[in-house]
Design a protein around this ligand. Structure first.
Ligand SMILES: [Fe+2]
Length: 161
């Protein structure tokens, strides 16, 4: 059902395959926790639906809007809206052209989908060190977001540092 939404919105095959890989990773990461697996599965498949409209950082909020209009639950909307990186606090969000509010994953389901997405590059599983190097290249060693990434990794995977 969620995959049909991606297809109906003309998401590219690349996005669809990426979303399936994130979903698989999210299910694997869920094993250590008592979480809502149905929610994680649907949220991970739909997390990049906003990329049917834009690939920039606003795709989380754009996707959340699409899902809200389609009548998806607030939990699914939140997973989509907060999946960017390891979350973005409002002070940074506004500098990135997003509304002045927190885009931080708070529930375990939100955290697991966000981090599964971090650990998938295209359709491939990657190690956290690869993610950190990638972020350093893109963000020029911007400390707060790297710290959030490592903290999220420790919480979800539990084996860094
Ligand atoms: Fe995304």
């Amino acid at each position: 059902m969620s995959l049909k939404v991606l297809k109906d919105l003309n998401c590219s095959p690349h996005i669809i395959e990426h979303s399936k890989a994130v979903s698989k990773k999210a299910r694997a990461l869920s094993q250590r926790f008592e979480v809502d697996l149905k929610l994680i599965e649907m949220g991970s498949i739909l997390h990049d639906v906003g990329r049917s409209k834009t690939n920039n950082i606003s795709h989380g909020i754009v996707g959340a809007d699409i899902l809200k209009k389609l009548g998806f639950s607030q939990e699914i909307v939140n997973i989509t809206e907060k999946h960017i990186g390891a979350g973005i606090p409002k002070e940074e969000a506004v500098l990135l052209g997003l509304p002045f509010r927190d885009f931080l994953p708070l529930t375990m389901e939100e955290k697991i989908v966000a981090h599964a997405d971090n650990l998938i590059h295209g359709t491939k599983e990657i190690e956290i060190d690869f993610v950190i190097d990638k972020w350093k290249m893109n963000l020029g060693n911007y400390k707060p977001s790297l710290e959030r990434l490592i903290k999220l990794h420790q919480e979800i995977v539990g084996n860094y540092g």
